[in-house]
Design a protein around this ligand. Sequence first.
Ligand code: CDP
Ligand code: MG
Length: 735
Amino acid sequence: RSKDVPQRDLELEDTPLELGGEQGRWEEERLRTAALSFGAKRERELGVQQEQDRYQLILEEDEMINFVSTQEGPSLSQADLKKQSMQEVRRSLPIFPYREDLLRAITQHQILVIEGETGSGKTTQIPQYLMEDGYTKGGMKIGCTQPRRVAAMSVAARVAEETSVKLGNEVGYSIRFEDCTSERTVLKYMTDGMLLREFLTEPDLASYSVVIIDEAHERTLHTDILFGLIKDIARFRPDLKVLVASATLDTERFSCFFDEAPVFRIPGRRFPVDIYYTKAPEADYLEACVVSVLQIHVTQSPGDILVFLTGQEEIEACCELLQERCRRLGSKIAELVILPIYANLPSDMQAKIFTPTPPGARKVVVATNIAETSLTIDGIIYVIDPGFCKQKSYNARTGMESLIVTPCSRASANQRAGRAGRVAAGKCFRLYTAWAFKHEMEETTVPEIQRTNLGNVVLLLKSLGINDLIHFDFMDPPPHETLVLALEQLYALGALNHLGELTKLGRRMAELPVDPMLSKMILASEQYKCSEEILSIAAMLSVNNSIFYRPKDKVVHADNARMNFTVPGGDHLVLLNVYNQWVESGFSTQWCYENFIQFRSMRRARDVRDQLEGLMERIEVEVVSAQGDCVPIRKAVTAGYFYHTARLSKGGYKTVKHQQTVYVHPNSSLFEEQPRWLIYHELVFTTKEFMRQVIEIDSSWLLEVAPHYYKSKELEDSSTKKMPRKQGKTKDELG
Ligand code: CDP
Ligand code: MG
């Protein structure tokens, strides 16, 4: 039997992983384990063999990964992770012994860079120390930014618990479309984007006594912009304390940027992590993850597992596969608690990853790279790292932004591995070869500012009165073309005039916490008298990829249910239809269930819609309905997204301005139909460049909504012949 099973060997890396922290001690521990394991090797090989036989017996049909271990396994039992009271836990964190030194350093310096291993207590403890030390006297606030929504929410919840206050009172969080703060809030966790928006209402952040830019090493676009703005206001607000907190990466650069601000290092605790690689590349890393999880579960000593995947869809698929296989195995294996974590996951579900694993069971957390440094889950001993992440990439020539699953950087891979060694010696299984690690991965991740569309940020900076963007104090400047393109796009959208100054429209656009194209679409709905519908569409687009539910065992039913929502004209109108029917059902959970719609996504869409509707008054847009006429709705979409126009051409579509080949996503309602002109919401690169969420338009509308951008010559149909894949007349021809 085993001959037919392809064996995917994992081999142990021969050089120790360099992880920083207490390097000396770490290597020493590793040498010790190596020496210990030498004598026991043969014995253990036999043991491993037996365990593998058992594994294979249990998972007969499954492919097997053959673990080849030459090192001592982790020795931690669940009982070792003894329960401690919250205050004890606080005192046991690596940062605790440095409390006084840290507070003293903060008094002495206006700007301080704080470097510490993930999990050392930076995010949860420092703000509490500051509160205890009087930094919130007189209602002054401490703000702590996080690049990720999930982190902001979960950390705030944790700190509220530690300080025994109700979340939203003294301790709260603020993320886009969700404000969980009150008059009483003095410690505010928020996404970096939210603090950026606060500059609009309070340009000197006067209500803050301390601003902590946390997870600085992530170098998100918003964090990078905050660096420049905060450095600037710190000059004329000497009373403001600025802390830049980072994992053990790149801290010298932060110090250098902030005029040689001192670096406060919190020595980490770190146990050895054995790194395993596969001998050959994995064709299907999702499947390899599932197999590895089960194999660890069956053959390895206690300890929880953390799996890194790239996004919600993959994570859900992985959890489903795992559940399915565990169900089949039934009582033959110990209980496996399978928990997903990603940005859109509702908070009650997110909280579950922190609940202790029941005795005898094992927990597996399937996460995006949020678990790389933003969140620390105690009890993780095993990490499975397929080596990928989802990244934005931007082509400044064509102005096209797409999300691409790409190999992560070596720095990321090392952070991921580090998650296994926080509570005891751990193991990291890399589902790629040692060669790929050395030769195919980049050293570090390129800062987001250099691979994204800057429209949003430029609009914001312009509304802050920062006109000269070329000379803005960037830590790493964006490519010149990207900046120029952003200005051009904002000009085409009507947000800037020919002098590059903010127009009235631009000022209104900046009020909405969404991308310029989306806010233009919303503002255009005023003119086309369809704001009611456009608000729903905007809300649905903001949760777009998680509306339809497609369980593996009910694919046919799910697809039928989805088909039932199809209306002519395109995906935006399908989304609107789903939303409206849900409203008619009285926001029913049952209705969602029957129609294979994700209730949670719908609830979020409703929240987003409510928030946007609340802002309509501020930007003076009356909320009215188009009364069933779809043309104005499609025109409003066109007014925002005319940049994203594609024209049918042989075998696929070509973008109008740059003649780039793109395809309709197979999930689209227009996949079969292939209309001549369409507008897409976003591009996603998987096997090809796919347009996700497309709507059919009439090319003449482009001249109507963007006369300064399109010339009628560009929009002429090069042939009047029927397109090959199409039967009968197009909608355009029918009028
Ligand atoms: O920010 P840093 O990575 O240095 O550490 P932290 O996020 O402040 O985490 C310190 C401790 O709090 C860790 O042991 C976490 O497991 C724990 N924590 C938690 O139990 N629940 C949360 N939501 C956040 C942190
Ligand atoms: Mg942190």
